[in-house]
Design a protein around this ligand. Structure first.
Ligand SMILES: C[S@@+](CC[C@H](N)C(=O)[O-])C[C@H]1O[C@@H](n2cnc3c(N)ncnc32)[C@H](O)[C@@H]1O
Ligand SMILES: Nc1nc2[nH]cc(C(=O)O)c2c(=O)[nH]1
Ligand code: SF4
Ligand SMILES: [Mg+2]
Length: 207
């Protein structure tokens, strides 16, 4: 089979980078995990901290089996991120990872259909390209990025859509953190259903 059909089937994926680190954000902050960053995203957040991931053609293609075998050498907790990982069919990769005994987390905007077997869904909705309806029911944590004042309104709108069990996080957009972090602290104290999430890996200078 050719490379394009393997990509279409999710038998291979464009991998921007993969690394063993500590989850820096959200509910699993502080937990060691192997990150697989899949290239390709067309959501276009102006403050995205991995714009290099956007063009999938710039990233080498690896087979799902190769990626999975390499990842489990380091950790049984895997974080799939990107780019937008749901642009790809994640069934082959996640089924191999599950056979190898892994717990699989995903970081997603929810703008593309769910695929694969995922144990923990971190949904981070974007105004440019709203999540598809199906993901709100399945979300474990909602992580809203706060860049400006209007983002608090958007966060509340998205919180209305997720299931009642979902944990709710507000995370300062990194370049505007000095301005927005105090506002988030104030907001969380007034609205205790929310928690603050910081990009702790950036403070720790780790990947
Ligand atoms: C780079 S994205 C990749 C996964 C997916 N495309 C998404 O946006 O959820 C990983 C996480 O980083 C967040 N993020 C991206 N740029 C950020 C920034 N400048 N400041 C804070 N969080 C950011 C995203 O909202 C998402 O929760
Ligand atoms: N340490 C660490 N934690 C993270 N949590 C989400 C990340 C991501 O870019 O998806 C990320 C990341 O890039 N590094
Ligand atoms: S959806 Fe995620 S990867 Fe895509 S531009 Fe936005 S933050 Fe970056
Ligand atoms: Mg990141």
């Amino acid at each position: 089979m050719n490379e394009q059909s393997d990509l279409d089937l999710g038998l291979s994926l464009p991998i921007m980078e993969h690394f063993y680190t500590i989850q820096g954000e959200g509910r699993h902050t502080g937990t060691s995990a192997y990150f697989i960053r899949i290239g390709g995203c067309d959501v276009g957040c102006h403050w995205c901290d991995v714009k290099e991931s956007w063009n999938p053609d710039l990233h080498p293609v690896s087979s799902a089996e190769e990626i999975a075998k390499m990842a489990v050498k380091h950790s049984k907790t895997i974080v799939l991120t990107g780019g937008e990982p749901l642009m790809w069919n994640l069934s082959p990769l996640t089924s191999i990872l599950k056979e190898l005994g892994c717990t699989i987390h995903i970081e997603t905007s929810g703008a593309y259909p769910m695929s694969g077997t995922i144990d923990w869904i971190c949904l981070s909705p974007k105004k440019n390209s709203l999540p598809l309806k199906e993901i709100y029911e399945k979300t474990h944590e909602l992580k809203m990025i706060i860049y400006n004042q209007h983002d608090f309104i958007f966060a509340e709108e998205q919180a209305e859509k997720v299931n009642n069990e979902a944990l709710l996080y507000l995370q300062p957009e990194w370049s505007n953190r000095e301005k927005m972090t105090p506002k988030i602290i104030d907001y969380v104290m007034k609205n205790p259903k929310w928690k603050i999430s910081l990009q702790t890996h950036k403070y720790l200078n780790i990947p």
